[in-house]
Structure formats: C-alpha cells, structure tokens
Design a protein around this ligand. Structure first.
Ligand code: GTR
Length: 413
C-alpha cells in the first residue's frame, strides 16, 4: 500500500466543494491575507488512501527496473484490469479486416489539408460491422504527420463533420491541422451502441462466440478495440507518422482512450479529458460518481466482475493510477475541469502523481513532486501533462491546445 500525501497546493474558490474535508484541516492553517481572495493556500493533510503499489508484484516482490516492470508487473496489472474492470476482448485484429478509402480530397480546408474517409470493416462468426474514419492530413509537410485520433462519443454529424460545414470545438480539426498534426476521428457508436442491450449488437454480436462470463468485455473495451482498428489503418497511411499517433477521448471517451492505450502499446500518446470514474480518477477516496453509480447507470460499460466492487473500492486489487502507469513510458495527458466535481479533478490529478514511479523507471519524472495546479495553469513535462480548465465538463479548443503543447515538447525527445 502507498501512503498518499496530498502535496501542498493552492486552489481557486470555484473548485472548493470537493475539498471540504481538506478545508477542515486547512482552517487551522495560516492562510493568505484576505487581499488575495481568489487563491487560498491550502496545506492538505496526509491522506491514507491505501492505494495498491504499482511496483510491488502480487507475489510481494518489489519492481525496480523497467525490464521487470515490462516482463512481470505490467502484464500482471493489465490482467487485473481485464479481469476486474474492463473485460477481455475475444479478438484483436480480426482476419480479413478491410480498409476502403471511400473519399479522398487533396484540397480540403481551403487547400490546407487532404481529407480521407476510410471505411474499416470486419466480420466475425456472428456478423459484420464497420466504422468510418474521418481524417485530415496537413498538406505541404514534407514528412509524415503525427496524428491525434479522437474517439468521438457525441453525435458524428455535429462534431466530426467531414465536410466542415459544421465545426465543433469538440474536434477543432482546423486548429489541429494548423499546428502540423493530422486530425482523425471515428464515432464510437459505429463499433457498439451506448446502451445496455445484453451485448446483442455491434462488435459483441460479431465476435462473442463463447457464453459471456464476469470477465467478458464491456462497451468501453469494445470502443477501445475500435480505436485499435482505426490505428491499424493509420499506420498504413504514408501521410501519417505511425510512431506518433495519440488517442484522445472525453469523459466516457476518455475512459476508452486510457483503456485503448493500455491494451495497445502502438499508441504513442494517450489523452484522458474529464474521464472521471473508472477513467483517470482514483476510485479510493473518490467523491462524485462512484463505482456503485457508474455500474447502475451504465451496466454495459464494464465487465460483470466490476459490479461486485460497489462500495468496496478498497477491495479492488488495482486503482486507476495503475491504469495510468500502463501508459508508461508513452506520453500521458490527464485533463480536468473546475466545474466537474462528478469526475473529481483532484483524484484525476493524483492518478498521474501515483503513476509517476513507473515513469521514473524510464528516467521520466511524470508528475513527481508536482502540486495540484491552479485553474488554467497546465503542468507539463517528463512524459506527462495535467491541467484543470476553468469551466464545465466538456472538451474544448483550450484543452486541445494543451494536448498539442505537450505532444510538441515530448515528441521532440
Ligand atoms: C456521465 C457519466 C460519466 C461520464 C459522462 C460522459 O453520465 O456518469 O462517467 O462518462 O457521462 O461520458 O459524458
């Protein structure tokens, strides 16, 4: 177990509600003079969240090298997540996966990008299916472009419009292209519907042959599988730098991006935006949405075994910092928003902090020693980024700008 100590930090008033227990302690502490009404310095009390240690194996051995992490502990942790939370995909890249470029326009975005739409289709014992990948590659780069792949969990026409007649800050493709990145996106509902229909449709219908068990995959894992199939295409496109494809998701999409990056190490960067419960946020000590809530409202997202952890967070053999650790040494961005108490920003930040010992095995600092930042003051470097945006649960141009800032500095290394 790790004794967690919340670093000394300062918070702006709008994020105070989730800090009430901390503030009880803070009231006894010296405060900044009243002349500074927006930022209140808070020295938080040490909190013992009893987090499982990512660097101690189930057999009790301490992991001190990246070789031991990769060979033993990483595999163990990944299995624990499959078994207890996200489930096990019955198939990886299926035989006969097909890519069809159904549209190609070299002068999209007023000549600034080449647009492609690619139908990625599969068939399995129970049926077939496909997703449509929308892709803009910057023109005139004279080298393959690094790429951001968005797992879009909002209506496709309003958010990832290939014609660009409708533009949404959720996927600011023009801004992404202007900074020299390819912008790719697919709609998660192409892979599996976001509803509990006993796993009778989408990829479940196509590939589930054995009777379902407590470990069978849920819908988050299915969407993550879809992201990997999109990547299967992207790595074949000469316009894309296959070693620099990041996967991005917001909220349920952010949970999916983390799981996609854990399962598929070809993703060079993982971006979790406001992913909250069973995404970036630690389950232990979490306020807002808890395991009981998420399983009740979204019974299809995770596997059957996860249901047993309602109100029993402490009994999980993992916590979400270990999911973050599975991304190491690749680039990880965790973003939160001040008005997103349901997701619990502080616990999203702490996942990055407590994943950092794994990053350190690779000589990367991650969020080691970092304090919870003020709103709109991103912390970036050492393979990781975190920010707390002012505002609501959403994915915005500000967030995208931060993701690209981190990619720019980390991809140079
Ligand atoms: C909420 C859910 C969150 C988050 C969000 C979203 O209803 O409680 O876990 O995933 O939906 O995806 O926007």
């Amino acid at each position: 177990m790790i004794m967690t100590t919340m670093p000394t930090t300062s918070f702006k008033l709008p994020v105070l509600p989730f800090l009430l227990p901390v503030l009880a302690v803070a009231c006894a502490l010296p405060m900044l003079p009243a002349a500074e009404p927006v930022a209140v310095a808070v020295a938080a009390a040490p909190v013992d969240l009893k987090l499982p240690d990512p660097l101690v194996t189930l057999g009790g051995e301490k992991v001190t090298t990246k070789e031991a992490w990769e060979k033993t502990r990483r595999t163990e942790v990944l299995e624990l997540f499959r078994k207890n939370i996200y489930g096990r995909a019955p198939v990886g890249r299926p035989e006969g996966l097909k890519f069809e470029v159904i549209d190609s326009a070299p002068d999209a975005m007023e000549g600034k990008a080449t647009r492609k739409q690619v139908k990625i289709s599969w068939h399995g014992p129970g049926g077939e299916g496909s997703l449509k990948l929308v892709l803009f590659i910057p023109n005139g780069l004279n080298k393959p472009a690094p790429c951001f792949l968005l797992i879009c969990n909002r209506p496709a026409a309003a958010n990832i419009d290939p014609t660009r007649a409708v533009k949404s800050p959720f996927w600011p493709a023009e801004q992404i292209v202007a900074r020299g990145y390819a912008a790719a996106a697919f709609y998660n509902g192409d892979v599996a519907p976001d509803k509990h229909d006993e796993f009778k449709s989408g990829v479940f219908k196509a590939f589930d042959t054995a009777p379902r068990t407590g470990e069978s995959w849920g819908t988050i894992a299915a969407w993550a599988w879809g992201a990997s199939r999109a990547l299967d295409y992207l790595v074949t496109d000469a316009g894309i730098d296959a070693k620099r494809v990041g996967v991005v998701g917001h909220s349920r999409g952010g949970k999916t991006a983390l799981w996609a990056g854990a399962e598929d190490e070809r993703f060079a960067m993982v971006v979790s935006n406001d992913s909250g419960s069973t995404g970036a946020a630690l389950a232990r000590g979490k306020t807002g949405e808890k395991i009981r809530d998420i399983n009740r409202v979204f019974p299809h997202w995770f596997n059957g075994n996860y249901k047993a952890f309602a109100d029993r967070e402490d009994e999980l053999p993992v916590d979400q910092h270990m999911l973050a650790a599975l991304i190491a040494p690749r680039v990880l961005y965790i973003a939160s928003a001040t008005e997103d108490d349901w997701a619990h920003p502080k616990n999203e930040f702490l996942s990055g902090v407590y994943a950092s010992p794994v990053y350190r095995l690779y000589g990367l600092e991650g969020l080691t020693g970092k304090t919870f930042p003020n709103p709109d003051a991103p912390v970036q470097g050492g393979g990781m980024g975190y920010h707390l945006r002012t505002g609501k649960h959403n994915l915005t141009e500000y967030d995208w700008g931060c993701f690209m800032d981190l990619a720019g500095r980390e991809y140079k290394n």
